[in-house]
Ligand binder design. Sequence first.
Ligand code: PAF
Length: 281
Amino acid sequence: MEVCRTVGEVRAAVRRHRERGAKIGFVPTMGYFHEGHLSLMRRARAECGAVVVSIFVNPLQFGPREDLAEYPRDLERDLRMAREVGVDVVFTPADEEMYPPGYCTYVEVLGLTEKLCGLSRPGHFRGVTTVVAKLFNIVQPDVAYFGQKDAQQAVVIQRMVRDLNMPLEVVVLPTVREADGLAMSSRNVYLSPEERQAALVIPRSLARAVEAVKGGERNVAVLREMVRGMIAAEPRAQIDYVEIYGWPDLEPLTVLTDRALLAVAVRFGRARLIDNVVLEV
Ligand code: PAF
């Protein structure tokens, strides 16, 4: 496995794989790997001749009062895990490699980013689309893999790729959960044992909504209040949002007729957790 620190190094590494006819699969990450990341890498490994993974904690997608400084990092462990799943190239640039002095170009997707996490984290998606567009330009993959846990991010990136005619396919893979249902996230390390236990109200409330839809409930306000009520009853939970939008267009809904995204963001102490489920009628 090659570990590249500069744009020049990763471009040369990818070129060598392309010259031998390999399809390039790319998994962009911020590191501190868990099974969710590994599932994306394994899928890329199964589908592509070469697998490239980026590890970059992108300062541009963190707000001034967010957790950039504390965001968990363990490069040695990440490299070991990447090697074990058969990754070919890891790109782990320094901040100045991605944003040299004088950097002033940004990519922004409107509309889709003006709700859910876009409201509670102003500038977040601008940071995500800017870094992902840069990474796509640097690596020039044939396929890029993202997780459904960041559902809004996935649709925003798909829209950017479509709108800017970027020549790659975006594949979105299911959320990977712990045995008790909690969605895997690098930020789960912030949870105390008590908060970790309390956070199970998230998967429980999403599951309850799925059951209610199966049972015939179609009223979006009723479903939203049901989930909100369950989470609010947990004293350690501080709700950021509980919302239901059409999937995958994220249009507002009052009645479920087709597929809808039930998405939540909830704080437990220092950890802001997001999770979602697609409700199918
Ligand atoms: O999902 C993430 O880890 C990040 O938002 C991404 C896509 C790697 C961009 O920094």
